[in-house]
Write a protein that binds this ligand. Structure first.
Ligand SMILES: O=c1[nH]c(=O)c2[nH]c(=O)[nH]c2[nH]1
Length: 293
């Protein structure tokens, strides 16, 4: 009989919006939560017995009930509550993985007292993945689609050239990317003090941005390393960070046919194909655990 391999189940993409009403001043948290549970689930696959199966519908309801009961202090904290609940309340469930995307909203400032209007900010999506096996926690925080651009202080030259190489060397180019980053917290068991996840996120995002802006870049690879290294150096609570940086190429447009000189002023922003630069940066001695795909 063929063997059943790794399996997991749960409700994916539970969209939950939590409003906190502080008088006329409201606060909102907007999450997309995916639950994946695994454990003693052979029978449901092999014989069809559902005796160990907490329905995915229940996992979805739990997300909404927990938003009410516990609130959403941060994506990480919310995921920790959920993962702990599933692993500790259901004997057959041994591990829980909660993936969360958080969408940011900015307040629309008005002249009146009411403060209940928001505009979805064009900022990045925050991400969190919480894994729990009843003993050890693994919290990966991160972000996707943080789009950044340096209009100078970027060069790319001295690379290998073969008979297919046409790329001109650049001594002053635009460097633009959409930062996708995941970082692993050193918080791994309940005896350690719980980090302030909101603050950790804001500060780590800040380090990524300043390192991008302050690095005089000879390649996107070099910028990536500087961004990762800045986070590892500045945040003792983070042992590992993985960055995936698409190189959003900006090509100088040839204006000569129109009798015009292009002095690094007019670019064609290509959306694809794009160079994809990816790497993990680790604290000395740390074991890499963030998946590379
Ligand atoms: O920063 C860069 N790194 C590369 O590896 C590369 N390759 C390329 O064509 N352009 C660039 N830019």
């Amino acid at each position: 009989m063929p063997e059943l391999g790794q399996n997991q189940y749960g409700k994916a993409e539970c969209r939950v919006v939590r409003v906190v009403r502080d008088g006329a001043v409201h606060h909102i948290k907007d999450l997309n939560v995916s639950v994946a549970l695994s454990g003693d689930m052979d029978e449901v696959h092999l014989s069809g017995s559902n005796a160990h199966v907490l329905p995915t519908d229940t996992t979805k309801n739990t997300v909404y009930a927990f938003a009410k009961e516990h609130g959403i202090a941060s994506a990480e904290q919310f995921g920790i509550h959920l993962a702990r609940h599933f692993v500790s309340s259901q004997e057959p469930i041994r591990t829980a993985r909660i993936r969360i995307e958080e969408y940011a909203w900015d307040r629309i400032e008005t002249s009146g007292e009411a403060r209940h209007s928001f505009v979805r900010s064009g900022r990045e999506t925050r991400t969190a993945q919480i894994s729990y096996d009843g003993t050890r926690w693994e919290v990966l925080s991160g972000l996707t689609d943080l789009t950044v651009l340096n209009s100078t202080d970027s060069e790319f030259w001295g690379y290998v050239k073969d008979k297919y190489t046409t790329l001109p060397e650049a001594r002053d180019r635009i460097l633009a990317t959409e930062v996708h980053a995941r970082w692993r917290s050193g918080w791994s068991d309940d005896t350690l003090p719980m980090p302030d996840w909101e603050r950790a996120y804001a500060e780590t995002r800040g380090h990524l941005l300043t390192a991008f802006a302050e690095t005089y870049s000879l390649s996107l690879q070099q910028t990536l390393y500087q961004m990762g290294a800045r986070v590892i150096e500045q945040r003792p609570d983070i042992d590992e960070i993985r960055l995936s940086l698409p190189n959003k190429h900006h090509f100088l447009v040839d204006l000569e046919p129109f009798g015009l000189k292009n002095d690094n002023e007019v670019y064609f922003a290509a959306d694809r194909p794009y160079g994809l630069i990816e790497a993990t940066v680790l604290r000395d001695g740390a074991t890499p655990r963030i998946p590379t795909d």
